[in-house]
Design a protein around this ligand. Structure first.
Ligand SMILES: [Zn+2]
Length: 407
């Protein structure tokens, strides 16, 4: 209660610096209920001193002081024994400042309800709106310039349900980013749709089930395919064959979310760097030309060509098929990073920086360094977010029984 009071009368707004000295009035004005003890105990007495009133003790001390000085002949006291000068003000100890209480939160585990999901993302990530999309909404969203208004035949509604582990996995994707960066991009809206639609020239929505989620301008859209994976590398290729992890629903959803938020980081980056982020990213990791083609930035001849704006040697071009080629020095994180061009490469690199930074550092040191060197600037346009805590396990722990406990 006291914390609440002190927070509400933050320093500089001292409750009874009022010249009238009417503490009760100022407290009443602040419209905060205070238990009697708290008023009497600290705040009120401090303010009494400040307003020039005297306590009982001070009054009796003053009386004896005046009595003694009546007999003094130095002349600074008049004959009535009244002090002519104001006593030096009693120093007032500063109001204790209370650091705002940051709500500690625990990462969810297991299945949570949709209600819990909505509350969590709104409270902790500042999301303003979470909803399950409608047909009309998706038709409107899918409409592009120069095509008729989109219609979607056999449209179906979808979200993960009234309760699901998947809500937890989405949250943990966002938490992974908060953990690694201390910030997340602005997420205004989260919308669920069954499938992504691309309109044809006649305005008919054509489903694309390969798309798991999209992100743009603070809007995160999640489709049923969101547990699909781009199969990013989990190691550096030293022999032929791509080291990728087997599919894991929980991890793949979290990866999808961090990838999408990677596009949000790109938006923050562009805003913080005068839209120069991708000019620098392309040069730093080897994207050249229009449309962009990727070269192995780990090769000195490629770096020299980029510096002089000449064509790099063609044998150092990285095609999608070569994403796991062990002769490539700077290996991108996935085939999708090459297929999708610089912006998907950026999002895949951000996802790796969050979920698997040591792998990114080994495979793609130029990408790792680019993110590390710029993240503080990008963070200025992101939402600062303290990492969540991981709830400790509860209950009995097995007691080791000699060798039998070894596994
Ligand atoms: Zn993407």
């Amino acid at each position: 209660m006291q914390e609440k009071f002190l927070q509400n009368i933050s320093p500089g707004q001292e409750p009874a610096s009022n010249t009238s000295g009417d503490v009760t009035e100022s407290i009443r004005n602040s419209q905060i209920y205070l238990p009697r003890t708290s008023v009497q105990g600290s705040v009120l007495s401090e303010n009494e001193n400040k307003s020039g009133e005297v306590t009982k003790l001070q009054r009796s001390q003053l009386a004896s002081f005046i009595q003694r000085k009546k007999n003094d002949s130095s002349g600074i006291y008049n004959t009535h024994g009244i002090i002519q000068r104001q006593p030096a003000p009693v120093p007032i100890p500063p109001l204790r400042t209370v650091t705002p209480v940051i709500t500690q939160r625990y990462r969810p585990t297991g299945s949570i309800t949709r209600q819990e999901f909505d509350r969590y993302v709104k409270t902790n990530f500042g999301v303003a709106d979470v909803h399950t999309g409608t047909q009309q909404e998706q038709e409107q969203r899918s409409t592009r310039l120069n095509i008729p208004t989109v219609t979607i035949p056999n449209w179906q509604r979808w979200d993960p349900g009234t309760a699901s582990d998947d809500y937890t996995s989405i949250i943990n994707g966002i938490e992974n980013m908060a953990d690694a960066l201390g910030a997340i991009p602005t997420i205004r809206t989260i919308t669920f749709f069954k499938v992504f639609y691309n309109p044809d020239a006649a305005g008919t929505g054509i489903p694309d089930t390969s798309i798991g989620a999209t992100f743009g301008a603070g809007s995160l859209t999640i489709f049923e395919a969101f547990s699909g994976s781009t199969y990013p590398a989990i190691g550096i290729n030293t022999a032929s064959g791509a080291p990728t992890a087997p599919a894991n629903r929980e991890r793949d959803i979290a990866h999808t979310i961090t990838h999408e938020l990677g596009h949000g980081v790109a938006e923050a980056a562009m805003a913080s760097q005068n839209n120069q982020t991708f000019v620098e990213f392309r040069a730093a990791v080897g994207w050249i030309g229009t449309p962009e083609v990727l070269y192995d930035i780990g090769q000195p001849t490629v770096r020299a060509a980029i510096a002089t704006q000449t064509q790099p040697p063609s044998q150092h071009r990285i095609t999608p098929a070569r994403w796991y080629d062990n002769t490539v020095s700077e290996q991108p994180m996935s085939r999708y990073a090459i297929d999708g061009g610089p912006s998907e490469d950026f999002a895949e690199s951000i996802a790796a920086y969050i979920n698997n930074p040591s792998v990114l550092q080994q495979r793609s040191p130029a990408r790792y360094t680019f993110i590390r060197n710029n993240i503080n600037t990008w963070r200025t346009r992101m939402r600062a977010t303290m990492p969540a805590r991981v709830r400790p396990p509860v209950g009995d722990f097995p007691i080791p029984e000699g060798d039998r406990s070894m596994a």
